[in-house]
Design a protein around this ligand. Structure first.
Ligand code: HEC
Length: 484
């Protein structure tokens, strides 16, 4: 008995051991095929979200194209992509993914799966994998600098030179003609700085890697008379250009008019030294609608922010600022564009309608990268008149914020980056009653909404689906009930 028991115990052990070694082989084999490699998993992410900047001649400080270029940066790439929506994150897009509307135009952000693939790849010895798994390489040409696509018209400002170490400069730059000979409606506008900085060499300044000399340009288009003077009263303002800015995409139904023979005018340019002698100019790229296009909606100028009584204590993080506005017309929100200054760390946009308080978007903020967030067509908030828009700014005036030069200082309002602004510069359009109902009906159809569905940012979208039934229907129902 004893012998037998021992024997069968032995047999069982052999059996278990054999089973284990078989499964170890099986696991190893499946690890082989699911291993995260550069060519199969990482390269497609870099192509989609990084290489427009990280390539030869791009805005990024180093190319991230070939395996040899990327692998040494794996740890830094893991860190930067893992910051997700916080200042310093790559790609520079700070939308928070656990609250509010999630669909945006030209969103380069990485999914959780992609962020974790990068991390696994960086921590498992950066395997290169099989070159045959590579996606087609991108073709790099100068047009890649245009995030919203190649413009139909590019207007260049005159070159300016900013010498290394010279103080900041504010002022007017010479006006330049657009050369446009007919009125055209604009789909999107994008401003790009082109200069002679060697992107692959680091500089002393931190603003977007010390690559640029234009901090911002507030600009408009205007008509000129024969003697080259601005015709008063006819200038049309365009979204402000700021360092690190992306394209402005207008609503499909609210193209902006660029008039024939107009000039680009600006009396508010801010230049700063990037640490080396630099000559550069701005290129303004317009994309046009077809010639017979007519806009449906009116652009709205709705102030939302606080410019005068900001008070931010020294050495304190997480300080809130609040501002409100009441919408006087039905409004579609096209973009959300938080504008804060150095201590700005985060901003949320909320819509308050009746008893409903809803967060539309929350984004991190990095004053080196001023981004606008264009809502995707079927996600743009449709807000009835009377809605209160509320922005909340979160200020970090402590030494954990590298953008603040000396956090011991109290900070108040003002135009300079060491003083503060707190504004949503986003684009909005107003709608008539009919247009508003029509837009909500389109939304219901596009999203196939039923009575129990809820969409963020459209408090009345579901209203007709749960409206009280008509008297006739009540009578019919009663009849059915009586017959039972
Ligand atoms: C819009 C242009 C742009 C895009 C898109 C972009 N980057 Fe960058 N990246 C920059 C610039 C400019 C810098 C330097 C300034 C800074 O850090 O803000 C930078 C810095 C970095 C750094 C830090 C380099 C250093 O030496 O400190 C890493 C790493 C990086 N990017 C990786 C990525 C990855 C990975 C992606 C895509 C997931 C990406 N970037 C997308 C422009 C971009």
């Amino acid at each position: 008995m004893r012998m037998n028991f021992a024997k069968s115990f032995l047999n069982a052990t052999v059996y278990v051991a054999t089973f284990l070694s078989f499964s170890a082989i099986a696991i190893a084999a499946s690890a082989q095929s699911t291993e995260i490699t550069f060519h199969k998993d990482i390269e497609p992410i870099l192509q989609r979200s990084c290489q427009n900047c990280h390539r030869d001649g791009g805005a990024g400080p180093m190319p991230l194209v070939s395996y040899e270029q990327v692998a040494p940066y794996a740890g830094l790439i893991e860190y930067k992509t893992g910051l997700r929506d916080k200042a310093g994150a790559m790609p520079p897009w700070y939308m928070e993914k656990d609250v509010g509307i999630q669909e945006y135009k030209d969103d380069p952000s990485l999914s959780e799966e992609e962020i974790s693939a990068i991390s696994t790849w960086a921590r498992s010895g950066t395997p290169q994998g099989n070159i045959s798994d590579s996606p087609e390489p991108l073709v790099f040409d100068d047009s890649l600098k245009w995030g919203a696509g190649e413009p139909d018209l590019i207007v260049k400002t005159e070159p300016v030179t900013k010498l290394s170490g010279t103080p900041d400069w504010w002022g007017e730059i010479p006006s330049v003609p657009t050369g446009l000979t007919e009125d055209r409606y604009v789909k999107s506008v994008e401003v790009v700085e082109v200069n002679d900085v060697d992107n692959q060499v680091g500089t002393g300044r931190e603003t977007v890697g010390g690559r640029y000399i234009f901090h911002h340009m507030i600009w408009a288009t205007a008509q000129m008379n024969e003697s080259g003077e601005r015709v008063p009263g006819l200038s049309i303002p365009w979204p402000v250009h700021e360092v690190g800015r992306n394209a402005d995409i207008f609503d499909e139904d609210a193209g902006r008019l660029l008039k024939a023979n107009s000039w680009i005018v600006s009396d508010s340019v801010h230049l700063h030294s990037n640490g080396r002698d630099t000559t550069g100019h701005l290129e303004i790229g317009f994309r046009f609608h077809d010639e017979d296009y007519e806009p449906k909606y009116q652009s709205a100028f709705i102030g939302l922010g606080n410019g005068v009584d900001i008070s931010i204590a020294g050495n304190q993080s997480n300080q809130e600022l609040h501002a409100y506005t009441v919408l006087e017309q039905h409004t579609k929100i096209i973009t959300f564009e938080p504008h804060l200054h150095a201590p700005g760390e985060r901003m949320c946009l909320e819509a308050i309608w009746g008893y409903t308080v809803e967060t539309l978007s929350c984004v991190g903020y990095d004053h080196n990268w001023v981004r606008g967030y264009p809502y995707a067509e079927n996600s743009a908030p449709l807000l009835p008149k009377g809605t209160i828009l509320h922005i909340v700014g979160y200020m970090n005036n402590s030494e954990t914020n590298p953008n603040v030069p000396d956090p011991r200082n109290w900070q108040g309002s003002g135009n300079r980056s060491v003083t503060n602004m707190f504004i949503d510069l986003g684009i909005r359009v107003t709608m008539t009653d009919d247009q508003f109902h029509e837009a909500m009906e389109e939304r219901r159809q596009a999203l196939d909404l039923g009575p129990n569905d809820h969409v963020i940012g459209c408090p009345l979208c579901g209203a007709p689906l749960v409206a009280p039934i008509s008297e006739e229907e009540v009578d019919n129902n009663n009849e059915v009930a009586n017959n039972d």
